[in-house]
Design a protein around this ligand. Sequence first.
Ligand code: DON
Length: 305
Amino acid sequence: MSDSFQSVLDRIAGEIEATPGRGRPADYIPALAAVDPNRFGMAVAELDGTVHGVGDWQQPFSTQSITKVFTLALALAQEDDELWEHVGREPSGNPFNSLVQLEYENGIPRNPFINAGALVVTDRLQFLTGDASGTLRDFLRAESGNPDLTFDLAVADSEAAHGDRNAALAHFMASYGNITCSVPELLDQYIRQCSIEASCGDLALAAGFLARHGIRADGSTLLSRSRAKQVNAVMLTCGTYDAAGDFAHRVGLPGKSGVGGGIIAVVPGRCTVCVWSPGLDERGNSVAGVAALDRFTTHTGLSIF
Ligand code: DON
């Protein structure tokens, strides 16, 4: 399949190039708005770390909400089921930055991938490690083998200057006692986390533990097989927000998007895929990225179904 992974990627890149309509880069974080929507990269990492790529697959981009998968895994690795007392695991059916369910549901966010839930997870990781964003960065460096992977502080500053929505979410949850750190400390950690820059190749490698049933690149165990299954399951049902049903229907893999235009997807037991193209649809998912993953599962027949 190794050779054929490369030929599938080449074929998809050609098909995407021929398809007009790429959506628009996120502009609510001004530093992200300047990115060229015509950029496109895609990488596949096999279980042994062999990587195949096409287009801009080595170009670092803003990972944003893709990081929520890694903080979830790192928090679960530290505290097991206690995390689920603070955050649910049901799809929200609402936009990623919505506040509306939080009051009805007593400050417990629906799932770890909407912003409210990701703030809770980062809060737990900060409480457990004292440096959530540094723990995340170090993990991504180790798994990708890229020692230069780091924060983009211009993106972090840009988000911090336009962060009223996340601040509202964090303060509201704190009023229910569901945040342990101070809200300013939490927002600083969360915004740094989201600002991490990485390439498709880096992220496909870093997500490899999800395809290896919880085993890290060095052979050590991050998560049990059962817990890795749980993270993949929540990615499938919640990873692309109020488009998760459509994503499952089209792609048939656990996936997690970010407003930087990246998406990671997992074929358990086989490989991980990361695609990047900054133009988004109205739900905050990369237009060309979803189309490319749709083609990937169609062309390879690899899906969890
Ligand atoms: O908190 C935010 O709004 C951003 N830092 C991340 C949102 C995001 O990536 C949603 N994904 N599609």
